[in-house]
Design a protein around this ligand. Structure first.
Ligand code: ACM
Ligand code: ZN
Length: 765
C-alpha cells in the first residue's frame, strides 16, 4: 500500500506533447495522467529486471523483439548503463493479477505489476504509444503515469476455423490483435460439420477424412454437396499437435489463453464422415465430405458407450495440448431427430430415466463434464446446455440473446456473454450496400461499444457470475485473411474497451477519436478494416399518436443532412439539428456529411406511414422474440415500414401465430386494414398461411372483416407484402389481426419445422 500511495501523489498538469498529440491508448486505462516531454529510446537504453524471474525475462524478450521490429533498436539487458526501462514485480492487491502501474519520465520507464501478465499489459500500452511500424521517427514515449486493470476476467474472441480454414500464421496474427488490445481468451472453434481441424493421434481419420471437403466456387457454405464423380475433397486443412503446442505457447507469452472447442454432440458431420460408427445409424453417410447440421448424420449417438469412450480419448489428447482451465464442448443446435429413431438412444433414455431428447442431451453433457472435471478442468458450452438440465459445474456461453446467461447466473453458474446482437462479428457492420456478403444481422461499431455485458435483470450478487463477454467470428462467408481482418477491425477494439475500461469511463466520442490512430496503424501495417458505418441511424420515437425521428451518425465529427420528399440529400438539403416530426406519409432519406463531403454508400432511407392507429398500444397474444423487438412494444403502430434487413423494424414471432389487438383510444371510421409481412427464405421467415382482420367496439365481441390467403410462393427468396382487407366504412374502436404461422417448406433446411412470422406495421385507414 505504501508504494501505491507514493505512486498516487505523483501527478502532472495535462498538456500537449511535443508531437502535438495526447497519448491515445485503447482500451482507455483506468487512470492516466500526462506530463511534459518524453522518454526517448536510443541504442543505449537498457531494460532492467531480476533475471531470476522467468516471467520478467519473457516479458523483456517480448518487448525487446517488438522494439527491434519498429525502431531497429536492441535493448541492453541489465547493462548498468544508459536510461532504463525498469520492470518490477510488486504486491499491490488493488490492481489485481492483470493490472499494472506505468510511470514514464524523461529519464526512466518504471513498470510494475503483481504478475508477469500485468507487466506484459503495461508493455502493450507502451507499444500503442510508439510508432506502429518501422519509421525514421525517433522512438519516444510521452511522459505519463498510468494505473490500470481490467473490469472483466473473460475478454474473449472466437474464431471458426471449420467453415473456412486459416493456417497457423493467421492464427498468430489473430492472437497478436487480441493481445494488443488486452483481450485474454481465444476461443478456437476447432470442430464443426465442415471440417475437423485438430490432429488426434488415436483417431487419424478425423483429419485424414474429416478435415477435407469439396468446395465449389459460388457455393453457399451450408450446402456442402456430394463430391462430383471422380472429385477429390480438396479444400481444408488442420493443425498438427506440434503446431498447436507452438501456438498455445505463442498465445501464453501474450497473456492469451486458448480455449479449445471440441463441439459435441451435434455439428460433427466431419467426425461422422471419418467414423460413421459414431452416429445413430452407424452407416457411412453421404456426403463423406461433411454435410450441414440439419443432416441427421451430423450428430453423435448419445446411446452408444463407444461414443463416450471416443470423446474421452479425444479430450485426453486435448488436455495434453491446452493448459486452459476451460474446455468448450459446444452443445448448440443439436438436431435430435436421429436420437428419436435410435434404439441405443431410446435404451439410454429408459435406463437413465430420461423423459425426452433434451434430457438425453443433458445426460450426455453431464457425462462429459464428469470426465472433464475429473481431469481438473471446467466445462463450458453454448446456452443450449441449459435445456434438459444444466451440468452441475458448467459455465454457459449465452449466444441466443441474454436469456441463457441470465438464467445461468441466477442458478449461480458462471456465464460468458456473447449475444448475437452485438457480439457476432460475422454480421454486417455497415451498409449492407457495398459491404462484403455477410451472414445477416447488423452490429455496427457503436452497437458493440454501447454493449453492457451485465444484463440489467441481474442482482449485483448474480452479476458476479458474469465472467465477461466475447466476440464471435463464424466464417461461413469469410474465406480470406483480408476479410477476416475487416470483420474484426475495429469491432473487436470496441469490445476490448467494453471489457477492460470502467463502465463509467466509457465515452464513445473519445473512443472514436482514439481509434483514428489505430486506423493509421492498420494502414501502415497493411491490415484491412472497416472505416466506419456511414449509414445514418433513423430512430423513430412514437408516443401518444405522434411520430418523430432522431437521426444519428457514427462518423466522428459527421453531420446529417436529410430530405422528406424522396430526393437524394445534398449539402443543400435540411441539416439535422434535432428530432424531426413526421405528420404525413413520407420517404425520409439521410446522409452523413464529413468536412463538406457526402460520405459514400447509399443514403439511409425509411418509409413512414401515418394512419389511424399510429402511436397506439399493441397487445400480443404470443410474445415477440426478444431478438426481434424492432424499436419496442409498439413497433406495429410506429409508422415505420421495414426493409429487407431483418434486424430492424420487424417484430419476429417464432413458431406461433401473430395475434395483435390495438385499442385506438376512440371510435374511428375505418374501411381498410393491412398487415405488412416479410418473407426471407434463408432466415426461415415465411409469409403467414392466412391473415384474418377483425374489428370490435368493446374489445370483447369481434367481427371478422376478411381472411386473406397467402399469395406469395414459398420459394421466393426475399419479399415484402401487405395483406389487406377493404370493407364498407364503419365505426371501430378495436382492431385484431391474426396471422397464421406456417411450416418451412419441403426442400428448405428447416423443412417441416415452424417458420417465423415477421411483421412491420398494422395500417388502419
Ligand atoms: C452458435 O452460433 N451456433 C453458437
Ligand atoms: Zn443413437
Amino acid at each position: 500500500m505504501v508504494k501505491q500511495a507514493i505512486f498516487i501523489v505523483m501527478f502532472f498538469s495535462p498538456l500537449v506533447f511535443s508531437s502535438g498529440q495526447q497519448p491515445t491508448i485503447i482500451p482507455q486505462p483506468v487512470s492516466m495522467k500526462t506530463g511534459e516531454g518524453s522518454f526517448i529510446v536510443d541504442g543505449n537504453t537498457q531494460i532492467r529486471f531480476d533475471e531470476e524471474q522467468a516471467d520478467l525475462k519473457k516479458a523483456a524478450d517480448f518487448f525487446s523483439a517488438a522494439l527491434l521490429n519498429i525502431a531497429g533498436i536492441g535493448l541492453k539487458y541489465n547493462s548498468g548503463k544508459g536510461k532504463a526501462i525498469e520492470l518490477e514485480k510488486v504486491d499491490i492487491p488493488a490492481i489485481g493479477p492483470e493490472g499494472y502501474l506505468l510511470d514514464v519520465t524523461q529519464e526512466k520507464i518504471f513498470l510494475r505489476a503483481n504478475t508477469g501478465k500485468g507487466i506484459v499489459y503495461g508493455m502493450q500500452s507502451l507499444l500503442q504509444l510508439l510508432p506502429a511500424v518501422r519509421t525514421n521517427a525517433v522512438p519516444e514515449i510521452p511522459v505519463l503515469s498510468v494505473t490500470d486493470y481490467p473490469r472483466f476476467k473473460w475478454r474473449g474472441m472466437h474464431l471458426d476455423v471449420s467453415r473456412h480454414f486459416f493456417g497457423p500464421e493467421v492464427i498468430k496474427e489473430y492472437i497478436d490483435l487480441l493481445a494488443s488490445y488486452k483481450m485474454n481468451v481465444f476461443h478456437w472453434h476447432l470442430v464443426d460439420d465442415q471440417g475437423w481441424r485438430i490432429e488426434i493421434k488415436k483417431y487419424p481419420k478425423l483429419t485424414e477424412i474429416g478435415a477435407w471437403r469439396v468446395d465449389h466456387t459460388g457455393m453457399a457454405w451450408g450446402g456442402r454437396p456430394q463430391a462430383k464423380p471422380g472429385e477429390k475433397p480438396a479444400y481444408g486443412g488442420y493443425y498438427t499437435q506440434d503446431q498447436i503446442k507452438e501456438i498455445v505457447q505463442y498465445a501464453a507469452d501474450r497473456n492469451v489463453t486458448i480455449v479449445p472447442e471440441i463441439e459435441m454432440p451435434g455439428h460433427v458431420a466431419s467426425a461422422i464422415a471419418a467414423y460413421p460408427e459414431l452416429s445413430c445409424n452407424q452407416k457411412p453417410q453421404l456426403p463423406l465430405t461433411g454435410g450441414n447440421y440439419t443432416n441427421v448424420s451430423s450428430n453423435y449417438c448419445a446411446g452408444n458407450d463407444e461414443v463416450i469412450h471416443f470423446l474421452e480419448d479425444v479430450l485426453s489428447e486435448v488436455f495434453e495440448l491446452f493448459p486452459s482451465t476451460y474446455i468448450h464442448v459446444g452443445g448448440d443446435e443439436v438436431d435430435k431427430s436421429a436420437w428419436k429413431a435410435c434404439e441405443l438412444c431410446r435404451e439410454r433414455m429408459k435406463n437413465e430415466k430420461l423423459n425426452d431428447e433434451n434430457e438425453l442431451q443433458s445426460w450426455f453433457m453431464k457425462r462429459m463434464e464428469r470426465f472433464i472435471v475429473s481431469n481438473g478442468r471446467k466445462m463450458i458450452g453454448w446456452d443450449e446446455i441449459l435445456e434438459g438440465g444444466l451440468a452441475p459445474e458448467a459455465t454457459v456461453m449465452s449466444w441466443r440473446g441474454e436469456a441463457g446467461g441470465i438464467e445461468a447466473a441466477r442458478m449461480k453458474h458462471n456465464v460468458v456473454m456473447t449475444p448475437g446482437t452485438p457480439c457476432y462479428f460475422d454480421h454486417y457492420q455497415a451498409g449492407p450496400a457495398g459491404e462484403p456478403l455477410a451472414i445477416g444481422g447488423f452490429n455496427s461499431l457503436k452497437m458493440v461499444y454501447d454493449y453492457e455485458p451485465v444484463p440489467k435483470e441481474l442482482t449485483s450478487e448474480d452479476a458476479a457470475y458474469v465472467l465477461g463477454a466475447q466476440g464471435n467470428l463464424w466464417t461461413e462467408y469469410i474465406s480470406t485473411v483480408e476479410h477476416l481482418e475487416y470483420m474484426v477491425l475495429p469491432r473487436m477494439v470496441a469490445l476490448a474497451e467494453v471489457l477492460w475500461t470502467p463502465r463509467e469511463d466509457k465515452d464513445w466520442n473519445s473512443f472514436n477519436e482514439r481509434l483514428q490512430n489505430q486506423f493509421r496503424a492498420y494502414e501502415q501495417k497493411g491490415l484491412h478494416y472497416c472505416a466506419g458505418n456511414n449509414t445514418v441511424g433513423i430512430i423513430p420515437v412514437s408516443q401518444n399518436g405522434k411520430l418523430a425521428v432522431e437521426l444519428t451518425t457514427e462518423i466522428l465529427n459527421g453531420e446529417v443532412f436529410y430530405t422528406l420528399d424522396g430526393s437524394e440529400p445534398t449539402l443543400q438539403s435540411n441539416k439535422y439539428s434535432g428530432p424531426v416530426e413526421i405528420t404525413s406519409d413520407v420517404l425520409l432519406k439521410a446522409v452523413t456529411v464529413l468536412k463538406g463531403q457526402v460520405k459514400g454508400g447509399q443514403a439511409a432511407r425509411q418509409n413512414f406511414v401515418i394512419h389511424m392507429a399510429t402511436g397506439r398500444a399493441v397487445n400480443y397474444a404470443n410474445p415477440v422474440s426478444v431478438n426481434y423487438r424492432a424499436d419496442g412494444s409498439n413497433s406495429l403502430t410506429d409508422g415505420v415500414r421495414g426493409t429487407e434487413a431483418v434486424g430492424k423494424y420487424w417484430h419476429g414471432i417464432p413458431g406461433r401465430d401473430l395475434v395483435a389487438t390495438i385499442d385506438m383510444g376512440e371510435n374511428k371510421t375505418v374501411s381498410k386494414i393491412a398487415l405488412g409481412c416479410l418473407q426471407k427464405y434463408r432466415d426461415w421467415i415465411f409469409m403467414p398461411e392466412t391473415v384474418t382482420f377483425e374489428v370490435s367496439m368493446d374489445g370483447t365481441i369481434f367481427e371478422t372483416m376478411k381472411t386473406v390467403q397467402n399469395p406469395i410462393g414459398r420459394e421466393v427468396p426475399v419479399m415484402q407484402h401487405d395483406f389487406t382487407a377493404e370493407f364498407a366504412a364503419r365505426e371501430v374502436r378495436y382492431v385484431r389481426v391474426t396471422a397464421r404461422n406456417t411450416l418451412c417448406p419441403a426442400g428448405h433446411p428447416g423443412a417441416g419445422k415452424p417458420a417465423w412470422i415477421f411483421a412491420d406495421e398494422i395500417i388502419v385507414n
